[in-house]
Design a protein around this ligand. Structure first.
Ligand SMILES: NC(=O)C1=CN([C@@H]2O[C@H](COP(=O)(O)OP(=O)(O)OC[C@H]3O[C@@H](n4cnc5c(N)ncnc54)[C@H](OP(=O)(O)O)[C@@H]3O)[C@@H](O)[C@H]2O)C=CC1
Ligand SMILES: O=C(CO)COP(=O)(O)O
Length: 332
């Protein structure tokens, strides 16, 4: 079985290395010559990982023909690039692939989930099914083989089992799931909540505040995900609370770090002027804000993080406004 990983960034490399450890035939495809060269020549991806020597079987290429005889393709580029990568590779595919989505967010124009974006852009004769491989997993830890659990979520149970077996080993345990809507909305929304968690930390608030943010953030994720057709119990698993915790609390999270900078400067301007990293939660906050307004879903944290990011609201004022809303029953 030949696997190609589209995306030579941090998560693409970490996932490809898991396959090398599992003795699976894998190749990384990327469009950044420096990253490709670093992987092939130095066994490193220095842009993302300091002092990590990658598995020596890990190889990368910029040649699109690598997709020609692929059986499985992993999509591990930022969500804004998924559609264009699908369109580039579809004419090259010759087999019916299992498409594995590892990205977390929504399409930039249609606001659609990643599985739907892949289904819309890989022709039917080239697609067996889509499996989303998602959960609480910072690349920086997977690449040094720290114990991690994620979930292979698909409407196709057999293909989910194939992906589960391919990636599982003694440091990465893969569960299965079938709630595509719940899982994909969960992992997207947690990024926006993680930006808020960083903002609060940057403003100087502590553990009580973070626990409150995670708990009430989860309530918003459930409200939104269930309104979209997801199942409430999914949010109690890897792609809900699991991914929310790791992203809201980790120094590795780019979403948390972006929020932290905003909180520290008490303004989103610093982020907009300086950011060069993949921070999916920033655009997700806008998508969720817009959809929630359209559908009448109550999302107070998303509302405030949207105002901080897009309306230059003072983050301290946002935190105060969240605290001083009308008092209510917790479970409503
Ligand atoms: N990093 C992590 O820990 C995790 C990330 N994810 C998700 O994975 C997705 C990818 O993120 P991540 O790997 O972290 O991001 P990175 O910023 O680390 O890497 C993104 C990679 O995609 C490349 N890329 C961008 N556009 C294209 C394109 N059109 N064709 C080919 N390659 C392209 C970038 O190239 P260039 O360098 O030239 O821009 C870069 O190599 C995101 O949705 C993220 O949320 C999910 C779980 C964990
Ligand atoms: O999705 C992730 C962890 O599960 C990565 O989070 P960041 O994109 O915030 O770094």
């Amino acid at each position: 079985m030949k696997i190609v990983v589209a995306g030579s960034g941090s998560w693409g490399c970490a996932l490809a290395q898991v396959l090398c450890d599992n003795h699976v035939d894998v190749m990384v495809y990327g469009n950044n010559p420096a990253e490709i060269n670093d992987i092939n020549e130095n066994h490193r991806n220095s842009k993302f990982f300091e002092d990590v020597e990658l598995h020596h079987d890990l190889k990368a290429t910029m040649d699109l023909n690598v997709f020609h005889d692929a059986d499985v393709v992993l999509f591990v580029v930022p969500t804004i690039a998924i559609e264009s990568v699908c369109k580039q590779i579809d004419p090259i595919l010759t087999k019916k692939i299992i498409a594995v989505n590892a990205s977390k967010g929504f399409h930039p124009q249609t606001n659609d989930r990643m599985s739907n974006v892949i289904r819309a852009n890989i022709s039917k004769e080239h697609l067996s099914s889509v499996v989303s491989l998602i959960g609480p997993s910072h690349a920086e830890e997977v690449v040094i083989r720290m114990l991690t659990t994620i979930c292979a979520v698909s409407l196709n149970e057999e293909d989910a089992k194939t992906i589960q077996k391919l990636f599982s080993n003694d440091y990465l345990r893969v569960y299965r799931g079938d709630d595509e809507i719940g899982s994909e909305t969960g992992v997207a929304l947690k990024n926006a909540i993680a930006v808020a968690s960083g903002v609060l930390y940057g403003l100087g608030y502590g553990d009580n505040t973070r626990a409150a943010l995670i708990t009430r953030g989860l309530a918003e994720m459930i409200r939104y995900g269930v309104a979209m057709g997801g199942r409430k119990e999914t949010f109690m698993g890897m792609t809900g609370i699991g991914d929310l915790i790791v992203t809201c609390t980790s120094k590795h999270s780019r979403n948390f770090q972006a929020g932290y900078d905003i909180g520290k400067h008490n303004s989103a301007k610093y982020f907009w002027d300086n950011n060069t990293k993949t921070v999916e939660g920033v655009r997700t906050a806008k998508v969720v804000h817009d959809v929630a307004h359209e559908k009448g879903i109550d999302m107070p944290i998303i509302e405030e993080i949207y105002k901080v990011l897009y309306e230059d609201k003072d983050p301290k004022e946002s935190a105060k406004d969240l605290m001083l809303r009308d008092l209510k029953h917790e479970m409503i």
